[in-house]
Design a protein around this ligand. Structure first.
Ligand SMILES: Cc1ncc(C[n+]2csc(CCOP(=O)(O)OP(=O)(O)O)c2C)c(N)n1
Ligand SMILES: [Mg+2]
Length: 587
């Protein structure tokens, strides 16, 4: 194998064994295979072509392969969905220039929502940088590395084959450390094609990944003491509990203490758990606020950023000296300086150590499946019988989707309706074990319209064994709905539920609730079913609640391939979004 003549010769190139040396693109794919990643989501282009080639070769031997999105942001959203569902690294790729800039929104979303992701973009050959090459994106072009620096934990140009191994390893390790998030590698096309020295076997590298857990015994003892003298404790469960939820709930149950969840952690628990008191934060429940009332002397926040949506706009009922903050991510403590105590460490480790020490017998958790769940008000009367109440849509989906269905709610009113009204299908069955994987995903930090469309495809790609319901708005679907064709190509069981109100509804209701000018929210009435049918996807239009009732959702069990439901919802129904307005008004 020859290095290309334009490249300086690597000082280690003489150490290359021509029989084992492979190009950098193959090295990346081998490393992904070693850490269990089986899909790379992306859109091709000249500068990233060697990676696509390596993925094609890999696919032939059953290794990682490419899933081609319609837009690079969709690819990044898919990589996020894949990471959320599989617990592994999400990987996306794009060509240089516009491919990379299209990818950026999805990568920024992963940063703000703590999703481990590797974004790989291409560059023209090193020798061409600074010479006006097509789509140059180095610091002498549009500087993609610089742009991604602001939206990732690490962004670097891999400017020599000898850097490949160390930069790829450093990037992957960084993405998977708390504070988890995206990293970005920009590869000139000639570097991707160059033979790469290998000092470390990818499998040896993979073994490094399992070694990050740990906590101090003093922290567990302090938490145990605080809980033993507390008269009334409330736990606040955040999304950081995802890998530790059985252990966290074991401690909650041993204390017989009520718990609330942040909006993005609702999917981690059964809402029929007898100690569950609802969602605290955006679109949350009065019962959650009541749980944090004055008689509570200890509030244990576990695994969460403190942001506008997760803290009910930095509400003092959460942020007070009653607080003990337990997290595996030290930077989350920066937002809770008032806490009585900060306990840092691996959450599964801390809580599996703590629960048996609490001394109290775990309560009998066999709960009464028929008891009403605490947090919901009565359904409002239908305002217009010719439409579907969004609240009723959430109830119907919960009652009629198969157990094991996963939901992803998009930016816009879908998020508010889902956080407040949705519950997991089959959730009324008494089941003492928490859900095996989250049944609901929402964004709380950086919420781009159309995220749920890509995320649903990525989740279904990671696990196609049960349906994924994408709750999205008509505005979001018009922005990113083309990714439905990826679900069709890949035969993925995604149910696209379009909450169709012919409006940018969250904008409309936000303006109304704020008493502001009513402007810029109207959308045309679109026949989304016809649109989907033209793409070869089965679709139904639902204009009334009777039609919703008549829909046979049971057929979705075991289905391969997507379906679209255009639900003409009551656009007058006011979404539970007052928290957002409070923050906007106070600004
Ligand atoms: C990319 C992007 N652009 C703009 C916004 C601001 N925004 C938030 S919700 C929303 C309206 C969404 O409309 P639609 O998808 O129809 O959902 P609805 O609220 O009507 O249910 C807008 C414009 C955003 N979150 N993301
Ligand atoms: Mg809408």
């Amino acid at each position: 194998v020859q290095l290309t003549p334009t490249l300086p010769v690597s000082p280690r190139s003489d150490a290359l064994n021509p029989t084992t040396a492979k190009d950098a693109a193959t090295y990346v794919v081998d490393l992904l295979a070693a850490i269990g990643v089986d899909y790379v989501f992306g859109v091709p282009g000249g500068a990233i072509e060697p990676l696509m080639d390596a993925l094609a070769v890999s696919q032939r031997s059953g290794g990682p392969r490419a899933v081609i999105a319609r837009h690079e942001a969709g690819a990044a959203f898919m990589a996020e969905g894949y990471a959320r569902q599989s617990g592994r690294l999400g990987v996306c790729c794009a060509t240089s220039g516009p491919g990379a800039t299209n990818l950026l929104t999805g990568v920024a979303c992963a940063k703000e929502n703590g999703i481990p992701m590797l974004a790989i973009t291409g560059q023209p050959a090193i020798s061409l940088l600074g010479r006006g090459a097509l789509q140059e994106s180095s610091c002498s072009g549009i500087d993609v590395v610089g742009m991604f620096q602001a939206c990732t934990h690490m962004s670097t140009l891999v400017s020599h084959p000898a850097q490949v191994e160390s930069k790829v390893a450093a990037a992957v390790l960084r993405a998977l450390q708390p504070d988890r998030g995206p990293v970005h590698l920009s590869f000139p096309v000639d570097v991707l094609r160059s033979p790469t020295p290998r000092a470390v076997d990818p499998h040896a590298f993979a073994s490094l990944l399992g070694t990050q857990s740990g906590f101090k015994a003093s922290g567990v003892h302090a938490l145990q003491r605080a809980l033993s003298v507390s008269e009334q404790t409330v736990f606040v469960i955040g999304r950081g509990c995802a890998g530790a939820i059985p252990h966290v709930l074991a401690a909650v149950e041993a204390c017989d203490a009520p718990f609330v969840v942040t909006p993005d952690a609702k999917g981690l628990v059964h809402t029929s758990h007898p100690l569950y008191r609802g969602v605290l934060g955006f679109a949350g429940h009065p019962s959650a606020r009541a749980a944090l009332a004055e008689e509570t002397d200890t509030v244990v926040l576990v695994g969460s950023k403190v942001s506008e949506w997760t803290s009910a706009a930095w509400n003092p009922i959460l942020l007070s000296p009653r607080l003990i903050h337990v997290d595996d991510c030290a930077t989350n403590f920066l937002q809770t300086p008032m806490a009585r105590r900060h306990i840092l460490g691996d959450l599964a480790g801390i809580f599996s150590d703590l629960a048996p020490r609490l001394g109290r017998r775990p309560r009998d958790t066999g709960w009464d499946a028929t008891a009403p769940e605490p947090e919901l008000a009565a359904l409002p009367e239908p305002a217009d019988p010719e439409t579907v109440r969004p609240q009723q849509l959430m109830v119907a989906l919960r009652e009629r989707m198969v157990p094991g269905t996963r939901f992803v709610a998009d930016a816009g009113n879908s998020t508010a309706w889902a956080i407040h009204w949705l519950r997991e299908p089959g959730g009324t069955t008494a089941d003492a074990e928490p859900p095996a994987s989250p049944w609901l995903h929402v964004l709380t930090e950086f919420a781009p319209m159309g995220w749920a469309i890509g995320a649903a495809v990525g989740m279904a790609r990671a696990d196609p064994s049960s349906p994924v319901v994408c709750l999205t708005g008509d505005g979001s679907y018009l922005m990113n709905g083309q990714e439905i064709t990826v679900a069709a190509q890949e035969s993925l069981p995604v149910v696209f539920v379009v909450l169709d109100d012919a409006a940018l509804g969250m904008v409309k209701h936000g303006q109304r609730l704020a008493g502001a000018e009513q402007t810029a929210f109207e959308l045309p009435q679109v026949d989304f079913a016809a649109l989907a049918t033209s793409l070869g996807v089965e679709a139904h239009t639902v204009r009334t609640e009777a039609q919703l009732e008549a829909l046979d959702l049971g057929v979705l069990r075991g289905r391969r391939g997507p379906v679209l439901l255009d639900i003409r919802i009551d656009g007058e129904a006011v979404p539970p979004m007052s928290l957002r307005l409070q923050t906007l008004n106070e600004a």
